[in-house]
Design a binder for this molecule. Structure first.
Ligand SMILES: [Zn+2]
Ligand SMILES: [Zn+2]
Length: 87
């Protein structure tokens, strides 16, 4: 297991399935691509549409091409957790 990246922040999360542990497979909200309270990833950094993610469950780190523009709904969900936008 890798340590959590120092850039991992609870306020910056992304709802992308983990390619390593596949923990969203049998989950209803994840299957409907909603923001699940159990399954989310730390958004470490992003360069344009390329997201650098870490799974809090298995600590797997990977990059995910979000296809900015094509999947605006994902992008708005990804950025909804930015500091200053919390209730
Ligand atoms: Zn994982
Ligand atoms: Zn889920």
């Amino acid at each position: 297991m890798l340590p959590l990246d120092p850039q991992a922040e609870i306020g910056r999360r992304a709802w992308v399935p983990c390619p390593n542990c596949d923990d969203t497979r049998d989950c209803e909200p994840c299957g409907e691509r909603r923001t699940c309270s159990l399954h989310w990833r730390y958004l470490l950094t992003n360069k344009g549409s390329l997201l650098h993610l870490q799974c809090p469950g298995c600590t797997h780190v990977w990059t995910h091409e979000s296809g900015f523009g094509a999947t605006r709904s994902l992008w708005s969900r990804v950025t909804s957790g930015l500091p200053g936008q919390r209730p």
